[in-house]
Design a protein around this ligand. Sequence first.
Ligand code: ATP
Length: 405
Amino acid sequence: MNIENLLEKTLTKPQYEAIKILGGQFHKKGTRAFLVGGTIRDLLLEREVSDIDIIVEADPWNLIHKFDPKYPLDMISNSQFNTCKIKILDQAVDLAMARKEIYPASGALPVVTSASIEDDLGRRDFSINALAACINPPNWGEVLDLYRGLEDLQLKHVRILHAGSFKDDPTRIFRCIRYSGRLGFSVEGDTKTQLLNDSTYLAQLSGVRITNELAKVFSEKNANSIFDLMDQFKVLGHIHSGFPKEPEFSERKSLLENIRIPTPEFVFYVLISLIEPNQRLDLIKRLDLGNKLSKFGTDLNRIERLEVNSSRSEIFKQLTEVSEIAISVAESYAPRELRSSLELFVNELKTISLCIGGEDLMAIGIPQGPKIGDILSKILTYMIDSGPQTKSGQIRMAKKFFSDS
Ligand code: ATP
């Protein structure tokens, strides 16, 4: 098959021109170069191509330095894994050397060696991502389909290349469900059986790798239905028993949409808010979510432990160290009584402060030491429960608390 026409029809003009130049230059340097992966898959599905991924059977970084200077290139980044990012005609392009991968253990990162395009396609996750199209001028547009990817695109299903694929790299389980949800494809029969069998290997993935995959799922347009699919495939339970399910997840997500939470982290706030309080910190640890989200989990637990009919000073004490974001999140789903306590804290209690400090207390003869803090805190508690006091009133109270102590 040759997709010469499709390349011209589907790519934007600058994308097309950029690929033409790169194909020509790599050809001159005597290496084969191919469009691969999602670029070809999306082209064949006539979807907009967002990333240009090119595989070269050599180290691309060395070659691009020898390109004809009449084609200006921006080198954006270069990695130790023989991959680099460049810009040509204002188009970002990812270049990588063809490689072979061997997995020393399930869930571990692979050992990589240089290889042919044929080997490189064999290391890929699914047949629909294992297609390549040559960009060398003599073979421009010729498709390399070693794993029946074209047929699978027609059949609209996601299929792994070999039975050990999910075991080698369990992140492919997330990827499989993500592509299925995004493209509206089914998961091919044997692949589905294998996925269900191999979900236990998810336990071997590090928290960071799981979190990265979840973040990709949540950045998809139809994240809610993909989340639902993950539930149907019983994937989440293998990571942690506390994961919430649809429709609670999407309902909570829309409830929290009005709160200003940084986008990449947003869904983790949603997740944490939905998990049973006694499982929160455990899940945060499993996913390696870091200090900020750990604090958020602890704060929510504190908020939810607040008893109905707590006094004003008890509310103050319980919430004073809690972050604003935790209060805003809890306000959006808390039962009425708890919500009133939160509103009382935010609108009134939080703003109460003393107009005296340690130095004022020392000035009236109270010795430096922990007593100063105790007395200030007692005055504040009194004011929270019983109303404001003038500066002289606060000093009087300090003297009284000191003489009573
Ligand atoms: P998109 O970026 O649209 O989600 P993509 O196919 O470009 O899709 P990437 O994650 O950018 O996805 O990966 C590029 C290609 O690298 C994939 O198409 C696939 O062939 C290969 N790939 C990525 N991750 C894996 C993996 N875990 N195992 C095997 N192959 C992978």
